[in-house]
Design a protein around this ligand. Structure first.
Ligand SMILES: [Zn+2]
Length: 764
């Protein structure tokens, strides 16, 4: 997910690129040590901007950039009441890039109720008062993102309608729950700064009588936030069992008002009277390793799958991250390590944004699942593995992931770990091939003078000092090495499937429908994933943040959402044969471990059925008619679609197409092109469309001459006939006789002959 708020976050990149004092990776938005005590004194200076400055005239409007650079408040706690403060969970950054994350040690036992994941519905959230509908209780969810327009229905948090200490946000857990902690964040907004600096909590079983949260006999005041974005966790001194919990703000940022986003940690207890039994977990039958895997654990799991299924798996690395973590790929095929003639290659890529972690776990689940089901003889999986060469890259940005993993699912916020260690957003880091193509198209040069596919990488991009991440280079090499046909790039933070182009054609537009020549099949591919994903098709579901993709079937043209120059999808489509879509898998970028079984169920069918789309369209082999040898690099052009594909090393090709009838032309250098009609049916099989190409006489002659061989009789005759035909045509056109130049200069095949060999020039 990128979306509007990241326009702000992009401005954080320079900060993100500065390694921490101890060489710790990632942006330094979190200053754990600063959070230990409440004082009236200004907070220690930090790398962040100053938010506590006088408000400019005309309200609290500030520039987006200003906010983006900001974070921590100065003197925010003047109003803070010095009551007994519970010792806070403090996040400590570790400089190590890998290793066991600290997340598990620091989090209380109970999982989040699901304000962020939307497991908690809008009806379970209430408030004492609201500022307006768009700032209602239902918006008080951790990491919720605001819409672009202030005052619309989709603002970035709950804001109370009054500024006093009687305001509260109430969460109904709908069953007896052992509450263990509260996480809060400020308001997500371009326009204002609002967060709660301290709060109390109350508990109830009936919403009438409320018990304050205590530490011993004293009522506890918890320390809240210091900036709008950094989540702050407070563990309850002792867990409390109740059904309802209220967050009751006591103090707030002095220039702001009472606004917050929250998540509640709690373990549901058995409830014999539970009338909400339909909300129980769906049965997850697959026994997979449902937890978050850091680098070492991921490597271990991949090794185990490989050991369990050595005949159909192979683990290889495509390169290293900036910090030297290997980018492992799991290959799954009936002949691992080999490209089989006619067998399409498929890839899933996850974790390009290190903090969008669900894709990584789903791919780890998928490899376990495929191995297990293949062994069990599940016919669908056996067919898939036998007919497809599958490559799974669970972590394209392993350095970013480790940063996010260390903070853990609830405290990572919205952006930590997104970028590489160098601060590069990998989804903007591929070469922009769109601009060159569109310039050539505007000048009507495509495809005659400028290719409509296999666009070359611009020179500037290949320079040693070009800002190209090692992770990007590794993926480009990988794309060039294997003849991938279809791919999906797994992200998180929304529920939608996007398809190319990702970049708007009008360069200054932030959003613009920008379809590819293959729009029809791309829409189909996106639809296949979206309509089989249980979370997307749930019509009870509410919006993740502020955009409604449900009306368009949960798919959207990437550029029509937000422009992304240098995206992996566009590069894949324009530089290789591979068609790639982006899947935004979940509202929550880093779902809690307890959500993983459900997320696997949500995505299992989609992941399988999307891979099976590699069978849609036509495939075949382009061969030399005489030698039967496959012809590499032959161009397959489909009439009416201004985007070609090419054959792989052995002459095999795959062309994704919707059902229909197509005029398909195979052309290769030195061969006469051949056109035939290929019909794509609705069957679950590609249509075979082989081509046999005949060498042009010129090519045959060239090859013979290169070998220093004798020119065979049939070739001499053929060349003569060609010359004759051309001359006759010329004579008819000119109405005149032959000229010496006409003998040689105008006959394509004759030129080489005239100059070098004494072939008879007799006209017979
Ligand atoms: Zn993303």
């Amino acid at each position: 997910m990128l979306a509007r708020p990241l326009l702000l976050l992009l401005a954080l990149v320079p900060a993100a690129r500065l390694p921490g004092a101890h060489g710790a990776p990632g942006p330094a938005t979190l200053r754990p040590g600063d959070e230990r005590e409440v004082t009236a004194a200004p907070a220690a200076p930090s790398t962040q901007g100053q938010l506590g400055e006088p408000v400019p005239e005309g309200g609290r409007l500030r520039l987006a950039e200003e906010k983006a650079a900001g974070g921590e408040a100065r003197g925010t706690t003047k109003k803070a009441v010095r009551v007994k403060v519970v010792k806070k969970k403090v996040l400590k950054k570790k400089p190590k890039a890998s290793g066991q994350g600290a997340a598990t040690e620091q989090q209380p036992q109970c999982p989040p109720l699901g304000l962020e994941s939307l497991r908690v519905s809008d009806f379970q959230l209430r408030a004492s008062s609201i500022k307006r509908y768009g700032l209602g209780a239902h918006r008080g969810r951790l990491n919720i993102q605001s819409g672009i327009h202030d005052g619309d229905f989709y603002d970035g948090g709950w804001c109370a309608g009054h500024e006093d200490r009687d305001q509260w946000l109430e969460i109904d857990a709908r069953r007896p729950t052992r509450f263990t902690g509260i996480i809060t964040q400020g308001l997500n907004s371009i326009w204002t700064y609002d967060w709660v600096t301290s709060y109390k909590v109350q508990f109830s079983n009936d919403t009438h009588s409320w018990q304050p949260g205590r530490n011993g006999t004293e009522e506890v005041v918890f320390l809240g936030n210091k900036d709008p974005e950094t989540p702050v966790l407070n563990a309850l001194p002792t867990p409390v069992v109740a059904r309802y919990i209220r967050i009751n703000p006591q103090t707030w940022f002095e220039n702001g008002t009472i606004c917050l986003r929250a998540e509640i940690l709690g373990c549901p207890l058995p409830d014999p009277n539970n009338i909400y039994s339909w909300e129980n977990e769906p049965a997850v039958t697959d026994k997979l390793d449902f937890r978050h895997h850091n680098y070492k654990e991921m490597r271990k799991l991949m090794k185990e799958v490989n050991e369990e299924c050595p005949n159909i798996t192979r683990v290889y690395s495509i390169g290293k991250s900036y910090l030297g973590l290997k980018m492992y790929v799991m290959e799954i095929s009936d002949n691992p390590g080999q490209h089989e003639l006619g067998e399409p290659e498929f890839r899933y890529v996850a974790g390009m944004h290190g903090n969008e972690v669900l894709g990584r776990e789903l791919l780890l689940n998928l490899m376990q699942y495929l191995c297990g089901e293949y062994t069990r003889g599940n016919p669908r999986v056996v067919r898939l593995v036998s007919e497809t060469r599958i490559h799974l890259l669970p972590s394209m940005n392993p350095d970013g992931y480790e940063t996010a993993y260390k903070l853990g699912s609830e405290l990572v916020g919205w952006a930590m770990g997104r970028w590489t260690y160098e601060g590069i957003d990998l989804n903007h880091n591929f070469a922009d091939l769109n601009t060159a193509l569109w310039d050539a198209e505007d000048n009507e040069l495509v495809p005659h003078k400028f290719p409509n596919h296999y666009l070359p990488i611009p020179e500037y991009y290949t320079f040693a000092n070009a800002t190209v991440a090692p992770e990007t280079r590794a993926v480009i090499d990988w794309m060039q090495k294997f003849p991938f046909v279809l791919s999906a790039n797994l992200h998180g933070g929304e529920l939608v499937v996007t398809y190319p182009y990702d970049m708007t054609r009008t360069y200054w537009k932030a959003q613009e429908l920008t379809p590819t020549p293959d729009d029809a099949i791309f829409r189909w591919l996106a639809t296949v994933y979206a309509t089989t994903n249980l979370a997307m098709v749930d019509d009870e579901r509410r919006l993740c943040h502020y955009e409604d993709f449900t009306r368009e079937g949960n798919i959207i043209n990437g550029a029509n959402w937000h422009t992304v120059p240098g995206s992996m999808n566009d590069f894949s489509y324009l530089h290789t044969n591979c068609f790639e879509v982006t899947v935004e898998l979940s509202c929550d970028k880093f779902p809690h471990e307890s959500e993983l079984p459900r997320e696997w169920e949500n995505n299992k069918e989609s992941l399988l059925v999307f891979m099976e789309q590699v069978r849609r369209g036509i495939k075949g082999v382009v061969r030399d008619k005489d030698t039967e040898q496959g012809i590499a690099d032959a161009i397959i052009a489909v009439d009416g679609i201004n985007h070609d594909v090419r054959t792989a090393f052995d002459g095999d090709y795959w062309r994704l197409l919707n059902p229909g009838e197509y005029e398909v032309t195979a052309a290769a250098e030195g061969y006469h092109p051949v056109t035939r009609t290929c019909r794509v049916s609705y069957e679950d099989n590609p249509t075979l469309c082989d081509f046999q190409l005949t060498k042009t006489p010129k090519q045959r002659l060239r090859e013979i001459l290169a070998k220093g061989g004798k020119i065979p009789k049939d070739l001499i005759l053929r060349l003569r006939q060609l010359r004759l035909r051309k001359l006759r045509a010329q004579r008819q056109a000119q109405g005149g006789g032959l000229t010496p130049s006409g003998l040689c200069g105008d006959v394509e095949e004759g030129c080489a002959l005239c100059g070098s060999r004494s072939l008879p020039h007799t006209l017979v």
